[in-house]
Design a binder for this molecule. Structure first.
Ligand SMILES: *[C@@H]1O[C@H](CO)[C@@H](O)[C@H](O)[C@H]1NC(C)=O
Ligand SMILES: *[C@@H]1O[C@H](CO)[C@@H](O)[C@H](O)[C@H]1NC(C)=O
Length: 320
């Protein structure tokens, strides 16, 4: 049985112009297992992330899983850490940024403990545990935010990614899934006074695309996100960019770091009227999201790897 601990790290945002905590969220970015181990889309997305970080500011990168296609890594010395991560994201603007990482279903095909252990080999790879909490502080203000990072594969099970639309099969270890869920409930209750609360995982709660909503997360997470007035839930898994909004909770899909897919085959599976934005043009060179939390709003900007702004939404602080 897995022993899962909760880890709290503190991110001190750089005191930049505009007094905000900012980060980039990218999912499903993990290259390919053959040379050159990165797709043109991953390379273009990395370059655009670097430009956006340099021009608009970013304190860190949040990696939303499927970090190494198709079967994760073997051990903490696996060359894929260099080939698919370090070398590709070595562009100006990104080199100095810490990454906070979570695992997706393809990572769980391989060795996720090796991805945790790699935190000791790289000064920018931070993967302290399967699930963990980050406390963010908006510099020069009293505003704090909480980012709760989940392992939705341990929570809901693995998928057969090539069996289209196949839902996660249920957790391998039900007690570990239960422990993660009660940890989340505790952290959400403790985040009462945080101005923004963000929850991140690999599988979507809501998605209109090929995989669609994850029934297990609609059942387990959605009521918690609503009850605790969570600002937004961030995920990948579907290979496009989406924004949905339901009962004051924002749902961000950012899974376009390596592949891009246009299917909206689950459009009828999300609550009517909740889809605000969708981008999955197959000819597009990739995309990601930029988040900016300041004293008055959480602003989410979706960008294509060309640098083009596709959609922007400002979410209000939680009311107390
Ligand atoms: C997974 O990676 C860890 C860290 O490198 C290693 O100790 C362990 O032996 C690996 N597990 C397997 C099954 O290879
Ligand atoms: C932060 O809170 C303290 C104590 O409540 C207050 O004195 C101070 O003015 C606040 N600072 C800002 C920037 O709001």
């Amino acid at each position: 049985m897995l022993v899962l601990l909760a880890v709290t790290a503190v991110v001190a945002a750089k005191a930049g112009p505009g007094r905000a905590v900012q980060f980039l969220a990218v999912g499903d970015w993990g290259g390919v297992p053959e040379p050159p181990f990165a797709t043109p889309r991953e390379v273009a997305t990395a370059a655009a992330m670097g430009r956006v970080a340099a021009e608009h500011g970013a304190d860190f990168v949040l990696a939303l899983g499927d970090n190494f296609y198709y079967d994760g890594v073997r051990d903490e010395w696996d060359p894929r850490f260099q080939e698919t991560f370090e070398r590709v994201f070595a562009v100006p603007g990104l080199r100095a940024l810490p990454w906070f990482v979570l695992a997706g279903n393809h990572d769980h095909h391989g060795n996720v403990s090796a991805q945790l252990a790699y935190s000791r080999h790289s000064d920018r790879w931070h993967f302290p545990h399967y699930y963990y909490s980050l406390r963010l502080h908006v510099p020069g203000t009293n505003a704090t935010a909480r980012l709760l990072v989940l392992d939705t594969v341990l929570l809901c099970g693995a998928t057969d990614d090539f069996g289209v639309g196949a839902p996660p099969r249920g957790p391998v270890d039900a007690a570990a899934a239960e422990a993660q869920l009660s940890w989340l409930q505790g952290r959400l209750a403790a985040a009462r006074h945080d101005r923004y609360v963000l929850v991140a995982g690999h599988y979507p709660v809501w998605s209109v695309a090929e995989h669609g909503p994850t029934a297990c997360l609609v059942r387990l997470l959605r009521p918690l996100l609503r009850r605790h007035r969570v600002t937004a839930y961030l995920c990948g898994h579907d290979h496009n960019l989406q924004f949905l909004q339901e009962d004051g909770v924002g749902y961000v899909v950012s899974g376009a770091g390596n592949f891009m897919e246009a299917s909206q085959s689950h459009k009828a599976a999300v609550p009517p009227g909740t889809l605000r934005f969708f981008f999955g043009a197959p000819e597009s060179p990739g995309g990601f999201a930029h988040l900016r939390l300041d004293a008055t709003a959480a602003t989410i900007t979706f960008l294509e790897a060309t640098g083009r702004v596709l959609y922007r939404v400002a979410l209000p602080p939680r009311d107390f």
